[in-house]
Design a protein around this ligand. Structure first.
Ligand code: ADP
Ligand code: MG
Length: 261
């Protein structure tokens, strides 16, 4: 069974279809890239899957279960976590506290006991903090636990967001342009984190403009254009698809996804 099945997904803003009848399946444990020009509907797709937007029509299934229209918290609880195109960390909280915030949903059942401050709750808090520290290490931020997130460089904030998503042990991780605006060194670090997360069995869906990164990491690539699914398949196949080339050439050659490849 696919991790995500999307059927006739449509999202309208007034007269504009940010998504128009998108049909696709994200294979379980795949590393699935979504590409397409700015405004193609890529972030809207994530917003519909994660409950930030309610689709106008259509269906999104997670392991066969309908999730479209569910609230954000519920979708997260079911195992779908995301990062944002414009990083959303809590700038006044430490890196460690930011990661802990991602565990909150997972432990909300224990909230009552932690409010009571029982020894068991305190032990639980310590264990969680140790786990958050391990996730910081996982994304290469071991030494930054006490640094305020707002004081971290951009690339580190992006990896911090990944750690915050991962502490919840999601089955599906959605990354919205994880490598945009970061240095080439940071991009490689990010690629390492994405690759090892995928190898551990997480289904990763990644919106990304960096073609080299997409070709290196993705097992499947989907191309969106004006809210429509233009092509989906293996990276090499999609790269040579005349409709994909046409869609990009129809704008400006320099905007093409493969222009530097
Ligand atoms: N909340 C919104 N209100 C109105 N239009 C929106 C909203 N969100 C997205 N759009 C429009 O939907 C289209 C797709 O946007 P988006 O999904 O952000 O594209 P991408 O991530 O591929 O760049 C764009 O034309 C954008 O202006
Ligand atoms: Mg976007």
């Amino acid at each position: 069974m696919p991790a995500l099945s999307v059927v006739d997904l449509t999202l309208s803003f007034g007269g504009l279809n940010a998504l128009g009848e998108v049909n696709l399946e994200v294979p379980d444990r795949s590393l699935f890239a979504v590409i397409g020009p700015n405004g193609a509907g890529k972030t809207s797709f994530f917003n519909c899957v994660t409950g930030y937007y309610r689709p106008t029509r259509g269906s999104v299934r997670l392991d066969g279960r309908e999730i479209s229209g569910l609230p954000v918290d519920e979708v997260a609880r079911l195992g779908v976590r995301r990062t944002f195109q414009n990083v959303r960390v809590f700038p006044k909280l430490s890196a460690l506290e930011n990661v802990l915030a991602g565990a909150h949903l997972r432990t909300s059942a224990n909230l009552a006991t932690s409010v009571l401050g029982t020894p068991r709750a305190r032990r639980h808090e310590r264990e969680l903090a140790a786990e958050a520290q391990r996730w910081l290490e996982y994304v290469g931020l071991a030494g930054k636990a006490r640094v305020l997130a707002g004081d971290l460089p951009y690339g580190m904030r992006k990896r911090l967001e990944v750690a915050r998503a991962l502490i919840a042990k999601p089955s599906v991780l959605l990354l919205d342009e994880p490598a945009a605006g970061v240095s080439s060194v940071e991009r490689d670090e990010l690629a390492d984190v994405v690759g090892k997360t995928w190898r551990e069995g997480v289904t990763v869906v990644m919106i990304e403009h960096d073609v080299e990164l997409v070709m290196r990491l993705a097992s499947t690539v989907a191309v969106l254009d004006h809210g429509r699914l233009l092509a989906v398949g293996a990276p090499e196949t999609v790269r040579n698809d005349p409709r994909v080339i046409e869609a990009y050439l129809g704008r400006r050659r320099s905007q093409g996804p493969w222009s530097q490849a």
